[in-house]
Design a protein around this ligand. Structure first.
Ligand SMILES: Nc1nc2c(ncn2[C@@H]2O[C@H](COP(=O)(O)OP(=O)(O)OP(=O)(O)O)[C@@H](O)[C@H]2O)c(=O)[nH]1
Ligand SMILES: [Mg+2]
Length: 175
């Protein structure tokens, strides 16, 4: 049944340099279409992710942070099924930008969509508890209808699992 589904459209948002594009270049076993709208600073990646012999198809929309969200870009939010909101654990202030993007979902989409708040670059931080309040972030994500995970470029397993959960959540909601 899953194979019959169209791609899940996922918005990828977050501060400059947090690792959005780097993640997308690594997340899928195969990226079979990649289009860059360089004038708009948006990239679109169609990727498939395989977990336990099941294949899941995603269409990721990668937004460069320099983009003026108030402009035409919000049109690209249309029909999104979910979002990846990324921040950089080695620059904890980037969480504020993540929160800004979460608010933008509320602002531009008619319905709440599930999201994954990603604390990326966990490899760069020795003592996470000294830079972030994890419990608070988990609670914050949950209160907004999403989940919080941590990962880094060389091990995106947590993100993959979270994406599959998100996929199944959307599937349940549409059947
Ligand atoms: N150490 C480390 N570096 C990372 C990780 N993820 C991404 N990077 C690096 O962070 C830098 C910025 O990553 P990008 O993917 O270009 O950032 P971006 O979020 O797409 O930024 P904009 O497109 O400008 O909004 C690159 O040099 C990546 O290789 C990670 O988990 N650990
Ligand atoms: Mg980028």
């Amino acid at each position: 049944m899953i194979q019959e589904l169209k791609y899940l459209k996922i918005l990828v948002l977050g501060a400059n340099g947090v690792g959005k594009t780097a993640i997308l270049n690594k997340i899928g076993e195969e990226i079979f279409e990649k289009e860059e709208y360089s004038t708009l600073a948006i990239g679109r990646y169609q990727a498939k992710i395989e977990v336990e012999q099941e294949t899941y198809f995603f269409q990721f929309w990668d937004f460069k942070d320099e983009l003026k969200i108030e402009g035409i870009t919000h049109k690209f939010y249309r029909n999104a099924n979910g979002a990846l909101i990324v921040f950089d654990l080695s620059r904890p202030d980037t969480l504020n930008r993540a929160k800004f993007y979460l608010d933008s979902l509320r602002h531009y989409l008619p319905e709440q969509i599930p999201f994954i708040l990603v604390g990326n670059k966990v490899d760069l931080v020795e003592d996470l508890d000294s830079v972030i309040n994890r419990r608070e972030i988990i609670r914050y994500a949950k209160s907004r209808g999403g989940i919080y995970i941590e990962d880094y470029l060389d091990d995106l397993e947590n993100l993959k699992i979270a994406l599959i959960k998100l996929y199944e959540k959307v599937l349940m909601a549409t059947h």
